[in-house]
Write a protein that binds this ligand. Structure first.
Ligand code: PPS
Length: 317
């Protein structure tokens, strides 16, 4: 496709299915879209590095400074996660808990690292801000009055989910024809993927798991007993939930319920990304992807990074 035609078709997409997407992401997507016939396109376009963390290419040095100096407010809640660990799920649960008990005005931020700070300033409290940033790169002013909820997921399923997700996103320059599962897994194990090292990320948050204002959750626990986890989340946010209230939220946040809820903002992105934020929603899809050799290598890495830290995961429930 000629570049003018490509630019034209991008503008059409930009004004339709991508209407609600942050400007920064749109710019990056446009560049990748225009470059997409370039056979030199790498698996992931260049990444930014900070404090040893690998970050996606749309984060600049300037952004990193503004993340740290961003003025938090008492009541703000950060919803942290390594990509593909259940971010969308956690945000929906928190939304179902908080929304009926707040002003009703929009106070959710889909992704802190691409947010428009003026819009963020204008949001009413309590702001609920999703982020994939490592704990260390988040703003830590007003520390005692800000809450952080982190959701972690077993790394084998994270790698599989990420593989399927990134293949549909031109922003990462990832094309199925140029990247096999083997290659992706290799990059994931090296931490050379948009979320950086899974282990650095989760351990960075895990270190703070006992802080009073941090709640560390696991995807597999939510799969096993969503209602109990809803109660824990509600309690952490300052709401005492009855069994009935927790059941009500849990029913709205099952995989099936979320998949068929066309009002969820995340569904708007599916058309463009050609990939869904709600793909399978199970524990154990890794069994359909890992070879015996890959499992062995992965296990070694898992043990070398997590043994002795207290952090561990269930791989089937
Ligand atoms: S992202 O792009 O980083 O924000 O993705 P994220 O939302 O973190 O993770 C997507 C995976 O979470 C699964 N998911 C769920 N699983 C169970 N129940 C519910 N309600 C739910 N909502 C999202 C989603 O299906 C993705 O996992 P995979 O394994 O790809 O299906």
């Amino acid at each position: 496709m000629k570049n003018t035609l490509k630019a034209l078709s991008f503008n059409i997409l930009s004004n339709t299915v991508m209407k609600d997407m942050p400007t920064k992401i749109k710019k990056q997507l446009k560049q990748s879209w225009l470059d997409s016939s370039n056979t030199e396109t790498s698996l992931f376009l260049q990444t930014t590095r900070s404090n040893g963390y690998v970050l996606p290419n749309f984060i600049t040095e300037e952004d990193l400074k503004s993340f740290c100096t961003f003025k938090t407010r008492p009541g703000d809640v950060f919803l942290g996660s390594y990509p593909k660990s259940g971010t969308t799920w956690l945000a929906e649960i928190v939304r179902c808990i908080v929304k009926p008990r707040s002003s009703g005005k929009e106070n959710f931020v889909p992704l802190f690292e691409v947010a428009d700070y003026e819009q963020l300033e204008a949001l009413p409290s309590p702001r609920c801000i999703s982020t994939h940033l490592p704990f260390a790169l988040l703003p830590h002013n007003n520390e005692n009055n800000v809450k952080y909820i982190y959701i972690a997921r077993n790394p084998k399923d994270v790698a599989v989910s990420a593989y399927h997700f990134f293949e549909g996103i031109p922003i990462f320059g990832f094309k199925r024809s140029r990247c096999t599962w083997e290659e992706f897994l290799e990059n994931f194990m090296k931490g050379e993927v948009p979320g950086g090292s899974y282990f650095d990320h989760s351990l960075g948050w895990w270190t703070h798991k006992d802080d009073d204002n941090v709640l560390f959750l696991k995807y597999e626990e939510l799969k096993k007993d969503l209602q109990s986890q809803v109660k824990i989340i509600a309690e952490f946010l300052g709401f005492h939930f009855s069994d009935e209230e927790a059941e009500y939220v849990a029913e709205r946040c099952t995989f099936q319920a979320m998949k068929s809820n066309s009002n969820l903002p995340i569904h708007k992105l599916t058309k463009f990304f050609k990939t869904s934020h709600l793909r399978k929603g199970i524990v154990g899809d890794w069994k359909n992807h890992f070879s015996d050799e890959q499992l062995e290598q992965f296990q070694k890495l898992y043990e070398s990074r997590l043994n002795g830290t207290g952090l561990n995961f269930e791989f089937e429930v």
